[in-house]
Design a protein around this ligand. Structure first.
Ligand code: PRP
Length: 221
């Protein structure tokens, strides 16, 4: 690490649903910067006074920035952490951004048990998590990686079933898909680069304690 790297704390925030609640909870513990907005065209936003740099990343790439130390810390969903499987410290469950990772099928293809779907094609943004789930149950499937609009898969015959994030359940309902199994719940997590955590321990640890106090007080984010 250069002395410049040591002086600043670089925080990665993901674009998308977790951006706003994450920027809000960090602001509550004094970590903010003028112009920090998901809509910002600027991808690095600096608070010179507090020596903070925010970087805004694509959601799936966030753990990579933290793993390589391009960001010291970050906030990201557990679903992405499980799928990306990067070498980072997961320091705190921030408890917001709750969603479920589900297996779903079109109503017309509904079977009695999970094993009845063996050898069918699964469309998903989470092939690793999906494969671990089905392997754990001894069910062999074919996995097709998509990057979005997963629900389209079964509608056009690309796959029979899907593994996807469900929040309100609206997307599944509107596309006549039925949940048949839950893989896991996921919430936002505070993560850190392994070296940064040692080199900037006091600062990062203080953040974790301040964030923990907010999470435990049940304060609405
Ligand atoms: C996620 C997920 C579902 C939807 C679920 O997609 O993949 O499509 O949200 O939310 P709901 O249960 O509240 O309807 P996202 O908005 O991240 O976009 P994507 O489909 O392009 O990945």
């Amino acid at each position: 690490m250069t002395s410049n790297d040591m002086e600043y704390l670089t925080i990665a925030l993901p674009k998308g649903k977790l951006f706003t609640p994450s920027a809000e909870i960090l602001a509550k513990i004094g970590y903010t910067a003028e112009g920090l907005s998901e809509k910002s065209r600027k991808l690095v936003i600096t608070n010179e006074e507090k020596k903070i740099k925010f970087i805004i990343t694509k959601t799936v790439d966030l753990p990579t920035y933290v793993e390589y130390g391009a960001a010291d810390i970050g906030i990201i969903g557990k679903d992405i952490l499980l799928e990306e499987n990067k070498d980072v410290y997961e320091l705190l469950d921030l408890k917001y951004g709750l969603c479920r990772l589900m297996v779903a099928v079109p109503e017309a293809l509904l079977q009695e048990k999970l094993s009845d779907y063996a050898h069918m094609r699964v469309a998903t943004k989470f092939p690793r998590v999906a494969e671990n789930f089905f392997n754990g149950k001894g069910i062999q499937m074919e996995f097709i990686k998509l990057n979005g609009s997963i629900e389209l898969g079964p509608m056009v015959g690309l796959a029979e079933i899907i593994v996807d994030i469900v929040e309100t359940g609206r997307t599944l309902k509107e596309n006549n898909l039925i949940e048949i199994a839950q893989i896991t719940n996921a919430t936002a997590r505070f993560i850190a680069n392994r070296v940064s955590f040692k080199m900037k321990f006091d600062r990062i640890n203080q953040m974790v304690e301040d964030l923990r106090a907010i999470v435990e007080s049940g304060e609405k984010k």
